[in-house]
Design a protein around this ligand. Structure first.
Ligand SMILES: C[S@@+](CC[C@H](N)C(=O)[O-])C[C@H]1O[C@@H](n2cnc3c(N)ncnc32)[C@H](O)[C@@H]1O
Length: 231
């Protein structure tokens, strides 16, 4: 694997502790997917890309989506299976490869209603990021929907502690505080226009943002949100 990905892969494979569904997830479901698109319908399919410990995947399965949660972290997927699999037979979890082209297809073909990627799309370099979007686009059915979130430099604790890498698209973020010890490569979007431009394979529908600030030594955990559909 590309050495630029090795650090990120090692970082995430350790584990990600996310035992509960975030409010953005159930609001997305009730205010947009249900309210505007009447989803889920019978047999609606959803991919939760970079599902971590699977709380969002489980939430979507409980709502009635046929859901698959994918993540590179075997430990996180094991935790997800242990916590949730017995709850719902419409819920599957699979360990996936870091690089999209190493992964044949993410489970479905031309039949996915929703692709959901919460804080998981910004670890790939340019070529692989666009390749992943192509795979998503092929997986989505006509008018299929995608929701993804992105970091901006407003997350100054991450951005100010980052440096250029050999790939102009990715920055190496390295810092420690009393709570976290970050060492990975990721990209930041400059602003909404930049995010829309990177996601241009999809038609933008709603652009939003969410933040959370828990301590005075951390930045607002701002993420811009992209909600769009297959063109
Ligand atoms: C910040 S966590 C978010 C986890 C989950 N979406 C949530 O919000 O609770 C990022 C997740 O993306 C996964 N990830 C990072 N790069 C990935 C890749 N190339 N393919 C699949 N998953 C990836 C990590 O293993 C990690 O679980």
């Amino acid at each position: 694997m590309n050495s630029l990905y090795q650090t990120t892969d090692t970082f995430w494979k350790k584990k990600y502790n996310s035992p509960n569904v975030e409010s953005i997830v159930f609001r997305l479901q009730s205010k947009i997917l249900k309210h505007e698109y009447n989803l889920p319908k019978k047999n609606s399919k959803l991919i939760d890309f970079g599902c971590g410990e699977g709380s969002s995947s489980n939430f979507f399965a409980e709502q009635g989506y046929n859901t698959i949660g994918l993540d590179i972290s075997k430990i996180s997927i094991q935790t997800a299976k242990k916590r949730y699999k017995k709850n719902n037979k419409n819920l599957k979890f699979e360990v996936c490869k870091f690089i999209p082209s190493d992964q044949k297809i993410y489970g479905f073909k031309n039949n996915v209603d929703v692709i959901f990627a919460l804080q998981s799309l910004y670890y790939l370099g340019k070529k692989d990021f666009y390749e992943l979007l192509e795979i998503f686009n092929r997986s989505l059915k006509k008018n299929g929907l995608i929701f993804a979130t992105f970091k901006t430099p407003n997350q100054w604790d991450y951005f100010n502690n980052s440096k250029k890498t050999a790939d102009p698209w990715l920055r190496h973020v390295k810092f420690k505080n009393s709570r976290i010890n970050i060492n990975l490569n990721q990209f930041f979007v400059k602003n909404q226009d930049d995010m829309i431009n990177r996601m241009r394979i999809f038609k933008p529908i709603h652009i939003g943002r969410y933040t959370m600030k828990l301590t005075n030594y951390e930045s607002e955990g701002e993420h811009l949100t992209f909600f769009g559909k297959k063109r």
